[in-house]
Structure formats: C-alpha cells, structure tokens
Design a protein around this ligand. Structure first.
Ligand SMILES: [Zn+2]
Length: 313
C-alpha cells in the first residue's frame, strides 16, 4: 500500500516554469536547463523503479513512502527516495538514474562516472547519504521500541549505468535485481509478527515535511505576460473580448489564466497584489487586473489600496 505518493517536486515545476520564460541568451539559461534535465531524469528513474515494485507479488502487508522528507532534531534534512516497510525489515532506497561507467572509492567517499567521450564526473556519495538515513531511522525505531532491522540499497534505474570497480559487497544493483535481493533479505530476516507496521508507517507519515530547495529566480530578466503553450519561445497571448488568444498560432486558451497563476506562484510566491499581478501578467489596466483576479482562487486580505491576495493552496 502506498501511503505517500511520489510527486513532481516543486523545484522541478519551478524550473520548468522558469526556462520557458528565460531568453535563451540569458547567461544562466544552460545552467537552469541542465539542472531541470537532471531532476526530470531522476524523477523518471524513480517512477520506473516504482513501477517495478508493482510487478512483484508481495505476500505480506507492506507500506511505501515515496520521496519521504523530514528534518532531524539537529535541523538537518533527510530525503529518502523510497521507504519500504514490511514485517521483515525497513528498507531505504536511493534511486539513481545515471548512465556511464560508474566507479566508487569508499576511502575517498567518491563516486565517479565516465561517459562516452572519457569525461569523468564526480557525484555525491549515495552510501554516505543512506547511512545518515539509516541512523535516523534506527533511532526512531528504538524510541518506539520496535525491533525491526533497517536495510539500505542504491538502485540503478537504467541498465546504461555500468557498475565497475569499487562496488563489491556494497548494496547497489540494477532495478532488475530487486526481486532477487528482496528474496535474499527476507530469508535473512525473519518476520516480526508482533510489530504494528501501520502504526509506525503512520508515524513516519506524520513526520513528513516538505523541504524547500531554493532556486534563485532572475525576476527582472524573465519574460512577463501570459504565454502561449503551443508556440513557446516567449510568445505572448493577447486578451481580447474575455478570451486569451495567440496572435501567432490562433490558439484560444481557456486555461491561460489559471496556468499563469501557477507559474506566478512558482516564480514569485503566494502573495499577489494588483500591481504584482499586472507586472507578471503583462497587463496595464488596474481595472482589468482586478476583474481577472476575481476569477482566480485568491483570498483577499485588507481593504482598498492595501489589499493583498494570497493564492489558495
Ligand atoms: Zn501560439
């Protein structure tokens, strides 16, 4: 049973909104695109592994928390790609969707990948991250007086990530090996029938906090206005007789307003004023802005000149 569903991260959504509003000539355009590409690949890999789990016929009660995020007592954060709970163990997975030849040096805590043109790239040590998560999880289990082993593994979502030297004996495998490893772990760890798994899973769920990753938005440099989703490259829609129309491709866009409000939320924030609305949506008339804002899920606060609006969640 999936207690926590995987969702597209706010950072990914934000970068998606950002790159379509940033001129290609902007100095950081490539940087943002590369960041977005990495997040999209990571997310696709995670979804691929999630789907593989569903193909396994698991004969016991079990719970999934995907993309579990929390903060420990010291204020540092934990982000676990998947937490799997079953009567045999708790399993924490780190999912990697990386291609190339992967090598690992434990003494340097260094993971590298070599791609086709022999470029070597350094990556964060996934085992160190996992060990932090394991320590946190063990402490919580101990506090709750639950006797359940905590296992961890790195799962590669693509067969184009080639494991080479340094990984011997470490819990890392391709997603195809999931069934085999589960079997092995279940044989090694007998089920704890008295453990109230659901209670513990719900406790974890209650500790879930959405962690914010800040990406700096070059607000002045982004293209303003309501953009055409068909044309791309910053093509603006025109507001004409209560309709948003693209002068280039002729699209009449019924979702234009609500979609642009979501882009506003991602790139600017929750708070809207008549002025900030006009600036972002590319509208000159305060009256028109007011009318359009009435059509949106906004909560008003204050009166007249001092009125502010909040985008409803
Ligand atoms: Zn268009």
């Amino acid at each position: 049973m999936i207690l926590l569903e995987r969702q597209t991260s706010e950072t990914q959504k934000m970068l998606e909104a950002l790159v379509q509003r940033l001129p290609i000539s902007h100095s950081k355009y490539t940087l943002y695109c590369e960041h977005l590409r990495r997040l999209q690949a990571g997310f696709a890999g995670e979804q691929f592994v999630d789907a593989k789990w569903l193909e396994l016929d698991l004969p016991f009660p079990h719970y999934f928390l995907h993309d579990f995020q929390t903060m420990n007592d010291f204020g540092s954060t934990h982000q676990m790609d998947t937490v799997f709970l079953c009567p045999h163990f708790v399993l924490i997975l780190e999912i990697k969707n990386i291609t190339g030849k992967l090598s690992y040096d434990a003494s340097f805590a260094q993971l590298t990948r070599t791609i086709a043109d022999d470029t070597v790239e350094g990556m964060t040590d996934p085992f160190l991250q996992l060990e932090r998560h394991v320590v946190w999880m063990k402490k919580l289990l101990q506090k709750e007086r639950i006797d359940l082993p905590v296992l961890h593994a790195v799962v590669l979502a693509t067969k184009n990530g080639i494991l080479t030297k340094g990984f011997d004996g470490l819990p890392i495998f391709h997603v195809a090996g999931l069934r085999f490893y589960l079997q092995k772990w279940m044989e090694r760890h007998q089920p704890r029938v008295r453990v109230d798994l659901l209670r513990f899973a719900n406790l974890l769920l209650s500790l879930q906090t959405k962690l914010k990753k800040e990406v700096e938005v070059p607000f002045k440099e982004i293209v303003k206005g309501v953009l055409c989703p068909q044309c791309g490259s910053g093509q603006r829609l025109k507001y004409h007789y209560k309709k948003w129309i693209c002068p280039r491709c002729g699209l009449v866009d019924r979702d234009a307003l609500i979609r642009s409000l979501e882009e506003y939320r991602l790139l600017v924030g929750q708070q809207v004023t008549n002025r900030s609305f006009r600036e972002f949506f590319g509208i000159d008339s305060p009256d028109l802005a007011y009318k359009l804002m009435q059509q949106l899920p906004l909560k008003a606060e204050g009166v007249k000149k001092h009125r502010k609006y909040w985008i409803k969640e």
